[in-house]
Design a protein around this ligand. Structure first.
Ligand code: TMP
Length: 220
């Protein structure tokens, strides 16, 4: 069992705004998809705010530099978990909560599920331990919807090798990326909030699949 009791503690108490997160391995195409989802929500006259983890705030971006810097090869896995959690807390309090309170739709590229999968599962710290660290950090701020963009690690890695500068986590072994993928598949299968979206299709179709869930949520 990937997740045990950690996640079931979380309760949803926010009654304003809409908090949507996007997950997936490197090269899954999240950024493009998020931009297009934003446009569709703007067309519905909704206020939309896009942000990303780790980062999103001055302090969060500073922690991001430390986390993703190539030279930091000696970073202890638990240190890594706490740094992601610290960045998350700052970003949540500084950027996300005020937007939700103002009734804005927040689209966030990665959130707590990234830590569960990357640190808890792929790094092997343990899903329970990472969930416990993050329970304190996120309190009840659980997204209403999370989209896991499912692109096989082989396809995704080929994309990042040609497409952009690589960071410390991008250059992990293929086995690590495979484990990340496996972690997402397991987590998505046992978490109703997480919708698995077929990522190996034209971006317009990926966005249409996502909008179907968002529309269902908005219109009951
Ligand atoms: P990205 O902005 O390109 O997605 O890079 C962020 C990297 O950090 C990516 O490899 C995933 C990783 N990550 C974690 O390992 N744990 C986390 O909690 C988060 C938010 C990201």
């Amino acid at each position: 069992m990937l997740l045990q009791k950690g996640y079931t503690y979380y309760r949803w108490i926010m009654n304003k705004g809409l908090f949507i997160t996007f997950e997936g391995g490197e090269g899954s195409g999240k950024s493009t998809v998020i931009q297009q989802v934003k446009q569709q929500l703007l067309d519905k006259q909704l206020d939309v705010f896009i942000t990303r983890e780790p980062g999103g705030s001055g302090i969060g971006e500073e922690i991001r530099q430390t986390l993703l810097k190539h030279e930091n090869t000696n970073m202890d896995p638990l240190t890594e978990s706490y740094l992601f959690a610290a960045a998350r807390r700052q970003h949540l309090m500084e950027c996300i909560v005020p937007k939700l309170a103002a009734d804005v739709v927040v689209l966030c590229d990665r959130y707590v599920d990234s830590s569960i999968v990357y640190q808890g599962y792929a790094r092997g710290i343990g899903v329970e331990q990472v969930a416990a660290i993050n329970k304190v950090v996120i309190e009840d701020y659980v997204p209403q919807l999370t989209f896991f963009i499912d692109v096989s690690p082989e396809v995704a890695l080929a994309r990042i090798q040609t497409g952009r500068d690589q960071n410390r986590l991008d250059v992990e072994t293929a086995a690590f990326h495979q484990k990340v993928y496996e972690g997402y598949m397991l987590l998505a299968a046992q978490t109703p909030r997480i919708k698995r979206i077929e990522g190996d299709q034209p971006v317009e179709q990926v966005v249409a699949d996502i909008m179907k869930y968002i529309n269902e949520y908005l219109h009951g």
